[in-house]
Design a protein around this ligand. Sequence first.
Ligand code: KPL
Length: 298
Amino acid sequence: MIAILGAGAMGRLWAASLPADETAVIARPGQSPDTPLSYTFLALDGSERTVTVPWLAPSQVPELVLVTTKAGDTLTALEAITDTLPPTVPIVLFQNGLGSQQQVAERWPERPVLAASTTEGANRPSPGRVVHAGAGATWLGPMTESANAIILAECAATLASSGLTVHPESDILGRLWQKLVINAGINPFTALLDCPNGDILHAELFQNHIDGLCQEIANLMEAEGQPKQAPSALRERIETIARNTARNTSSMRSDIQNGRATEIDYINGFLVRLGQSKGIATPVNQMLAERVQQLSPN
Ligand code: KPL
């Protein structure tokens, strides 16, 4: 049984894609819903179907746990289940940004913890409806030593049984950094300007700060031992993705629009904390993080 912790858009995309009789969702602590989770799933080909997923019964021991909670909820959500979860069950983290994956690996260093970085697009326009908005791929790699090559291959094969594209990745931290660059360079601007991704490109806020932001990220990546990147190359990548996803509402803008906590603390906020620990100035990241924090109910 594959258990899914966090039934947002990403969790429901995996629940809809994995074999139906092998998937269950984990209820929030103290809740024991008496009807299964049910929602309408709009697939990439435009077809619609109802997906019904049972809740994991207390007696069931999953073979794998997919954690699709928001970054800021991850530690607490896992703390609620680890007492009853055998220490050998792999935990796969799907959080955006960086920082929450390290928190989990540091909290349970002996467990097989893996992180995933995905470019699958999924959103939830209303509570009962999930849209697979864009085909992508998912990379999966180890965060702790016990998540060895065999476990990585097994987890990748299990996730690939969904029909989604899954790749094992030995340097998952590098992948997560690449995604962080994009999220740090697009998401806060879309949230502050309340606009789709493509519209940030001509906005003064973006034009005035993108070079400073990319310089800060390049400095931090170098300090973290990531391959050296020219700030201009980072800007180019951010702008390309913003153009390719021009009409998309970013996850951060969507969080603000729906009154949810954002993941700013694990995107630009993570970069600020890293800068503080390394003695690297991050005024642009700090300005963006503070301004988004003022908008959100974090
Ligand atoms: O990953 C994204 C997000 O919204 O979090 C981007 C790439 C910005 C696409 O919207």
